[in-house]
Design a protein around this ligand. Structure first.
Ligand code: 0T9
Length: 385
């Protein structure tokens, strides 16, 4: 492989062997330095809102149909960030830092002159083994919230890592009438290709769904190279009206570039312009459990190529965690989550999932306790006149 540094070829080969003969939690496997990312998985929920104007536009839709289209447009426009941004930023998909139990990530996107409202992000690592990340994203000004959690089941097939995403997201839209439109969002399956050459990248496969409580349903199909147009990162989404079996709208294109409304020929999504990264407090102002503070020295080691320092600092964190678990066991106490309550079965998932025969038919959830930090209120910049 060309992307693998000569000195790490044998360690990459043995890493690939270990993932091939392994199923379960990949995050705990030790990988060679060149493939390590200095960013923790707790930062990933920020990908949901890096186009804040598309998120806030959901609140401005006039009808149930328009709202479902706006949700689909926002969702498709997040995929580039979620699944290809590490390739752009770090050169390839890389192994993220494996969050510790209780790790936190806070951030926000400020309001602006268009009055899109401020959007806040609260993330907590609610399980270490298996890794589970819970998040809550809220634009109070617009009456929008997104609550979800993420876990993965991985396997190895035909030289690729197959990742089934466990978890879902629930988007709640407060309508001017006082009622709400609730959307259940399921997550696509991933295939991680390019492993052999040491330059992993993600392709999406199979289907995901967005079911509105008004009855509108988006069914999104993902295809990569070798299908349909032969290009990478293709999708086709059908939007079906309440209790109908025929789609009214079809959207098609490349989720990392542009797409179109097939019938009208109008442009649908376009993510070729820069996205807006989440605003996060300086590391020095962060609490000890906040991701960038917690991983500061590990991340520094990885960024500067000082992998001995990185692994020393990582061991410190892991030993401290092991000691905590031992102390809890001895004291008969257990770790308390800070921002979320766990429920065994999510009634929204069950109710909306039934409408499109979601598989599985039940999922658990983490419900936000509305006890997040105070985010700095950001003054709206004056409009030019
Ligand atoms: C939720 C996303 C998820 C998290 C990541 C599979 C993966 C961990 C989970 C699913 C986000 O909304 C979207 C994007 C990327 C996913 C990660 C890609 C990845 O490789 C890791 C796994 C755990 C690995 O690190 C595998 C080993 C690595 C050497 C391959 C690059």
């Amino acid at each position: 492989g060309e992307a693998v540094p000569a000195s790490q070829k044998s360690s990459w080969a043995s890493f690939l062997k270990s993932i091939a003969s392994f199923s379960g939690d990949l995050s705990s496997l030790t990988a060679p330095p060149f493939i390590l990312s200095p960013i923790s998985l707790t930062e990933f929920p920020a990908y949901w809102c890096e186009r804040p104007e598309l998120f806030s536009a959901i609140a401005d839709a006039k009808t149930d149909e328009e709202r479902s289209i706006a949700v689909l447009k926002w969702f498709i426009s997040t995929l580039k960030g979620q699944y290809t941004s590490r390739n752009e930023k770090l050169g390839s998909e890389k192994k993220p830092l494996n969050p510790v139990l209780g790790e936190l990530f806070y951030g926000y996107w400020p309001n602006d002159a268009t009055n899109r409202g401020q959007t806040n992000l609260i993330v907590e690592q609610v399980s270490h083994h298996p890794p589970i990340t819970a998040y809550y994203i809220e634009n109070k000004d617009k009456g929008l919230s997104l609550q979800g959690h993420n876990a993965q089941k991985t396997s190895f097939s035909g030289g690729s890592i197959i990742v089934r995403q466990i978890g879902h997201a629930v988007l709640t839209v407060k309508l001017p009438s006082g009622s709400t439109d609730t959307f259940l969002i399921t997550l696509p399956k991933l295939r991680i290709d390019g492993l052999w050459y040491g330059s992993p990248y993600i392709e999406l496969t199979e289907m995901s769904y967005i079911q509105s409580s008004t009855g509108w349903l988006s069914s999104i199909e993902y295809k990569g190279k070798g299908y349909f147009s032969g290009k990478s990162h293709q999708f086709k989404a059908l939007l079906t009206p309440p209790s109908s079996s025929y789609p009214k709208h079809t959207f098609e294109g490349l989720w990392h570039l542009t797409s179109k409304n097939v019938k009208s020929g109008e442009d649908f999504t376009d993510v070729t312009s820069p996205k807006e990264e989440v605003t996060v407090a300086n590391v020095d102002e962060q609490g000890d459990w906040e991701s960038r503070k917690l991983w500061k020295f590990v991340a520094k080691g990885i960024r500067e190529g000082d992998f001995e320092a990185a692994s020393r600092e990582k061991s410190k964190i892991e030993n401290e965690q092991r000691q905590r678990r031992r102390d809890e066991l001895a004291a008969g106490t257990k770790w308390e989550l800070k921002h979320f309550d766990h429920i065994d079965s999510d009634p929204i998932y069950e109710e909306l999932g039934r409408l499109f025969k979601a598989n599985p038919s039940e999922e658990d959830a983490y419900i936000y306790r509305h006890n997040g930090p105070q985010f700095p209120p950001v003054p709206v910049p004056p409009t030019e006149s």
